[in-house]
Design a protein around this ligand. Structure first.
Ligand SMILES: [Zn+2]
Length: 413
C-alpha cells in the first residue's frame, strides 16, 4: 500500500529558486511525491500475512501506533481493543516476568531447542504492559529487561509497596507473575496458581479464573486435562515464594509449556506472545467489567456488653449505572466475623449500610482484634479488602479499623 503525500516542502524550495533566478512569472506546479517505504504498521500486517516470526519491538510499536484501528471489531483484527477496557482505568497492576539474567546458564529453564523461559516471560510482560496502559491502567514491571534476576521477596515487595495513582493508597490492585511451565514433552495445558486456602484467596481467585479460561481458549492448550486453578501448596508445602510474600491480590500464570516442542516454537514468536498477553488483558477487562466490591473502613464501638461494627458496602458495579439504586449485592453472602467468630449482621439493601454486633465476652484475649467483612456482587465477585485490625477503646468511643494484608501462610497469621 503506497501513500500519496503532497510534496509541499519540495514545492516551496522550487519557488525560492525561481525568485533568485529573477524569473517571476513561471507558474509552479505542485509535485506529487510517492513515499514507498512501508510504515511499521504495514510491516506488522505484512508479517502477519506471511506468518513470519515477529520481534517484540514490532508488536509494541503496533500497539502504540495503531490503537485507533483496533476498534475494528470483526474487521480482520485478531486483537481488538475491548470495548469495556475503560473499567481498568486507574487500576494499579504489577506484572512480574519470572526469572531473568540466565542466558549464560547452560540448559537452564529452556525448551528442547534452547528457547529461554525468562525471555518468553519478559516478552509477554512487555506486551501486556502496553495493552493495559492503553486501557488507562497504571502498570509496573518487576523487571523490564532480561539482564538480571530478582529475589522472589523483592518482586512481591514491588506490588506490596507501590503507591496507587487513583487514591494515593499503598499496594497494587493486582499482582500477576508470568511464567511458562516445564514437564514431559507431551504436556501443554494452562494453569493459574493462587496461594493458601480458598477462604483467604477470594480476591486472587476472582480475576484468576477469567484469565485461566481466556488463556486456555486463546492458546488452545489441553483445556479440560486439569482444573486450571491450582493451589501453590500442591507443588511446595510452603507454596510459591512470590505469591506467599504478596500482601495484595495475586496469582501466577503458567500459561503453556515451553518444554512441549511445538509450543516452544510458537513461543519464539512475539505475535504468539501477543496472543497470550491479549488473553490475560481480556480476562482482566472482563473481571473489572463486573467490578470489585469493597466497603468503607469499618467503625467499631463498645455499647454496653456488645461490640458494634458499622460499614457501608459498595458493590463495585459503578455508582452511575442506570439502576444503580437496585440491589447488586448477594445478601446471603454478607457476613462479618470478629476474631474468627460470626457476628450478628443487619444489612439494609436500600442504604447499603451494615451493622454487626458481637458480645465483647466473645472477643479473643489481648489488645489486638480482627474484623473480617465479606460480601459478593451479582457477578459473584468478592470484596477487597476483607481484613481489618482494631483495638478496643473506652465505651462509646468510635474507632476506625485499619486494613490488614491478605492472609498468607507464615506471613501475617
Ligand atoms: Zn518459571
Amino acid at each position: 500500500m503506497n501513500r500519496m503525500i503532497k510534496g509541499s516542502m519540495a514545492c516551496a524550495m522550487l519557488s525560492a529558486a525561481m525568485v533568485f533566478g529573477g524569473c517571476q512569472t513561471v507558474e509552479v506546479q505542485e509535485k506529487i511525491v510517492e513515499v514507498k517505504a512501508p510504515t511499521k504498521e504495514e510491516l506488522f500486517l505484512d508479517r502477519v500475512a506471511k506468518g513470519e516470526p515477529m520481534p517484540v519491538e514490532e508488536i509494541l510499536s503496533y500497539i502504540e501506533n495503531s490503537r485507533d484501528e483496533w476498534y475494528g471489531w470483526g474487521e480482520g483484527f485478531d486483537f481488538p481493543v475491548h470495548r469495556a477496557e475503560k473499567y481498568l482505568k486507574d487500576w494499579t497492576i504489577v506484572l512480574d516476568p519470572g526469572h531473568g539474567g540466565d542466558a549464560h546458564k547452560k540448559n537452564w529453564k529452556r525448551g528442547p531447542t534452547g528457547v529461554r523461559e525468562a525471555a518468553i516471560n519478559l516478552r509477554v510482560g512487555l506486551i501486556l504492559k502496553a495493552l493495559l496502559e492503553n486501557s488507562g491502567a497504571q502498570v509496573k514491571l518487576t523487571r523490564a529487561d532480561d539482564s538480571y534476576d530478582m529475589g522472589l521477596t523483592a518482586r512481591a515487595e514491588v506490588a506490596n509497596t507501590i503507591v496507587r495513582k487513583r487514591d494515593g493508597g499503598v499496594g497494587a490492585d493486582l499482582f500477576i507473575s508470568l511464567h511458562h511451565n516445564a514437564a514431559a514433552p507431551s504436556a501443554n495445558y494452562t494453569t493459574v496458581w493462587f496461594h493458601g486456602p480458598v477462604k483467604w484467596s477470594e480476591p486472587d481467585l476472582d480475576p484468576a479464573k477469567y484469565v485461566a479460561h481466556e488463556i486456555g481458549w486463546a492458546l488452545r492448550t489441553q483445556v479440560g486435562k486439569t482444573n486450571p486453578l491450582m493451589n501453590d501448596q500442591q507443588m511446595y508445602a510452603s507454596g510459591f515464594g512470590v505469591l506467599k510474600m504478596a500482601t495484595v491480590p495475586a496469582f501466577l500464570c503458567e500459561s503453556t509449556f515451553h518444554t512441549n516442542p511445538d509450543e516452544e516454537q510458537r513461543l519464539r514468536d512475539a505475535e504468539y506472545n501477543f496472543r497470550e498477553a491479549y488473553a490475560i488483558y481480556k480476562g482482566l477487562v472482563e473481571y473489572a467489567y463486573g467490578g470489585r466490591p469493597t466497603q468503607s473502613a469499618p467503625v467499631v464501638k463498645v455499647e454496653g456488653s456488645e461490640l458494634v461494627i458499622k460499614t457501608k458496602l459498595v458493590d463495585g458495579s459503578g455508582e452511575k449505572w442506570w439502576g444503580h439504586d437496585k440491589e447488586r449485592t448477594i445478601s446471603s453472602s454478607v457476613n462479618v466475623t470478629v476474631d474468627g467468630k460470626r457476628a450478628y449482621v443487619a444489612y439494609d439493601s436500600k442504604t447499603k449500610e451494615l451493622v454487626a454486633k458481637i458480645a465483647t465476652a466473645d472477643l479473643a484475649e489481648g489488645e489486638k482484634h480482627e474484623v473480617n467483612v465479606h460480601h459478593i456482587n451479582m457477578f459473584k465477585h468478592s470484596n477487597y479488602p476483607q481484613r481489618y485490625g482494631f483495638k478496643i477503646a473506652a465505651e462509646g468511643k468510635e474507632v476506625e479499623a485499619k486494613q490488614l494484608p491478605i492472609k498468607r501462610n507464615g506471613l501475617n497469621n
